[in-house]
Design a protein around this ligand. Structure first.
Ligand code: GLA
Ligand code: ZN
Length: 673
């Protein structure tokens, strides 16, 4: 995280773009920040054009002034490198900097995230800029973090990228024969004779009508390559800054479940994780929680920074609904409840032009403090002031892990069959949301992480089992762990090649089953099964499986069709532990019953047992535990508190018994150990 020795409380602030405003109003900004309790600003996110007006000229005069101003006003700085959008002169003079899209159209200057990751020009000038910034501002001790570029994304299909892809392939496969094998090129006469025959999978090559890919192995490798190529853009600047400021603390703002970038890999190169939280209207609170838990999970449970959220409204949704009174506060605490150690906004002052002029800001177009949003921000600022450093560094402790894998995600969604409705996050979310709604703390882990501290590991839709990921799972179960996976798992290895001999491939011995076939049910069609005396729907996919040592734990199998009677839920005792298989998708009632009963058997407790709409998580260290209780309901809700504790926000003491939570209310109970 941002080094705690530089902080006395949760940093509160966000993106500040004074360069877009006349200097006359900067002092007014400072006054308003003070009023709102803002103590950190993210500067210089999109200033490349101003900092470097041509190839040889750099001009830091405005940034110098801004740095002096914020320093004088006691503000901490998260210093961005401005490389999220390249300047016009660069595009004009060096077109290699421009990305080529999936349709093979070379972009022109404009927009942002517009640079090709393999562009020599971009490499040269982005590194130079990062270096110059580090050199110039290294003495400012109010810079508490460095923020490279902004929300990386945007893949490229240009010739430079194609060349780099070939280099990447040579490194990975060593020989063309190996590559042919990995890509199954005997199919449709795809055999490659030379590395130069390898082409990027775009609309001209492996994609049919832009959505359906004909060679999944190639597509997955391209995704790996592109995630890595974009990550190298980040790493180059990271290294440039570290060379000059060895103890700089560096991040880039991630985007939660962003499909194109494998954040488990990125996290290895980030000093701390930061991310931007923009739930869509209608998202459940559990969905937001899932993204927070992912952002904590990619870096082994370390606290992260909430780098951006809107104070009120997000401009790019179809319907830009306002955050209702109390919701900005509630969602800020929700981030903290899941591991955030900062509360930050995009942005400080609402712009007057372009696409973000209707995006919420701390200071609205009205320009003064007499707005609902400003009042809510100031009130939260005062609370965070009061809470001080109490929350820093506290970790989430969980007995349960959900296994998440980007490469698996890519592969599942490139798959032609067994069902176009198959969506990784949907299946992942069914388990996550159930666990969240039941108020278990959940960690999100990758298949190669250490699993030994968990009592229960759930890997929904683990279609692709890569390298020796199965060994990790096997050892975990052997040593007493409990593992759950679902239909359509263990099917392929890392190149999307089926593991022959029977599904679920490398997981077969662990699960003690053989899946012979999969039946896809059209949307709305259902089979049924019975579990703990109740009937539940079987939807989406139904695996037809045979027991090979596992025992059936549903009652009587599928209820109809030619596979009536075949098992739906199985349990296999394996070594000291057990492995469970869920052969179909079902409804929330089923997942609640299934997970609830597994957790019961394993002695896993929810943080608190509370009514619907109340979210509870905890963070702790060896001295204290904080319990975050959040009422997402629109109405007052009463919960039963089985312990006593002191609310960090109000200082109020709560004895065990009833606690009344107002609509959108939050309590952060501190319990000394
Ligand atoms: C993203 C970006 C910001 C801004 C906001 C607006 O999160 O990082 O620069 O564009 O969206 O929603
Ligand atoms: Zn490119």
């Amino acid at each position: 995280m941002i080094p705690y020795n530089k902080l006395t409380k949760i940093p509160y602030g966000g993106d500040y773009n004074p360069e877009q405003w006349p200097e006359e109003i900067w002092e007014e900004d400072m006054r308003l920040f003070k009023l709102a309790g803002i103590d950190i600003v993210t500067l210089n996110v999109f200033s490349w054009a101003a900092l470097q007006p041509d190839e040889t000229t750099y001009d830091f005069s405005k940034l110098d002034k801004i740095m002096e101003l914020v320093k004088k006003n006691g503000l901490k700085v998260c210093m961005a490198t401005s490389t999220g959008a390249h300047p016009a002169w660069m595009a004009r003079k060096y077109p290699d900097v421009l990305r080529t899209d999936f349709q093979a159209r070379k972009r022109k200057f404009g927009g942002r995230h517009n640079s090709c990751p393999s562009s020599p020009t971009y490499e040269k000038y982005s590194v130079a800029l990062a270096e110059k910034l580090a050199e110039r501002y290294k003495e400012y001790d109010n810079i508490v973090a460095w923020h490279i570029s902004n929300e990386y994304g945007g893949e490229c299909y240009c010739e430079n990228c194609e060349k780099q892809f070939r280099v990447w392939l040579q490194k990975r496969y060593k020989s063309i024969d190996k590559l042919n094998e990995a890509w199954n090129t005997a199919f449709w006469g795809h055999t490659l004779y030379d590395w130069d025959d390898a082409v990027l999978p775009d609309s001209r090559t492996e994609f049919f009508e832009d959505t359906f890919v004909m060679a999944q192995g190639i597509a997955v490798d391209y995704d790996r390559f592109m995630s890595d190529a974009i990550m190298q853009m980040y790493i180059r600047e990271y290294d440039a800054i570290k060379k000059i400021i060895p103890d700089a603390v560096i991040t880039t703002n991630l985007m939660g479940f962003y499909k194109r970038l494998n954040y488990f890999e990125w996290a290895k190169h980030m000093d701390f994780i930061s991310w931007d939280n923009y739930p869509a209207v209608g998202d459940t609170y559990a969905k937001t929680a899932m993204a927070h838990d992912l952002m904590r999970g990619i870096k082994n449970g370390e606290p992260f920074a909430l780098m951006e959220q809107t104070p009120s409204v997000t401009n790019w949704h179809t319907y830009c609904a306002l955050k209702r009174p109390g919701v900005m506060r509630l969602w800020s605490y929700q981030a903290v409840a899941h591991g955030a150690d900062t509360v930050m906004f995009f942005q400080m002052r609402r712009s007057i032009g372009s696409c973000e002029k209707y995006h919420g800001a701390v200071i609205d177009h009205a320009g003064h403090e007499n707005t609902r949003v400003f009042r809510e921000i100031s009130a939260l600022g005062k609370e965070l002031e009061k809470i001080g450093p109490e929350i820093f560094g506290l970790k989430t402790k969980s007995d349960i892990a959900l296994m998440m894998d980007w490469e698996n995600w890519w592969a599942i969604e490139y798959s032609a069959g067994p069902s176009q409705e198959l969506r990784y996050l949907k299946e992942f979310g069914r388990f996550y949301e159930t666990l969240r709604n039941m108020n278990y703390n959940v960690d999100i882990v990758s298949p190669d992480m250490d699993l030994s501290s968990y009592k229960l590991v759930i890997a929904p839709l683990l279609y692709m089992v890569k390298y020796d990921d199965d060994e990790n799972i096997r050892n975990y179960v052997k040593n007493g762990g409990n593992f759950v996976t679902t239909f359509f798992s263990g099917i392929v290895q890392e190149n999307d090649l089926v593991i022959t001999g029977g599904y679920p491939g490398r997981l077969r011995d662990i699960l003690g089953i053989w899946v012979e076939e999969q039946d896809a049910l059209p949307n709305g069609e259902k089979n049924q099964f019975i579990y703990h005396g109740k009937e539940y729907p079987a939807e989406l996919l139904c695996d037809l499986l045979h027991l090979e040592g596992a025992k059936q734990i549903d009652e009587g199998g599928y209820q109809k069709d030619f596979y009536a009677g075949m098992p739906v839920l199985t349990k296999n005792n394996f070594g000291e532990g057990a492995a469970y298989y869920v052969a179909t998708a079902s409804n929330e009632a089923f997942y609640r019953e299934f997970i609830g009963s597994l957790c019961g058997e394993m002695g896993i407790e929810p943080v608190l047992d509370v009514p619907e709409g109340i979210e509870v998580t905890s963070r702790e260290n060896d001295k204290k535990q904080l319990i975050f209780i959040m009422n997402h309901n629109d109405a007052e809700t009463v919960i039963h508190l089985p312990m006593s504790g002191k609310d960090l926000i109000t200082g109020e003491e709560y004895a065990d018994g009833e606690m009344v939570l107002e609509a959108k209310g939050v309590r952060v109970l501190k319990i000394e150990k």
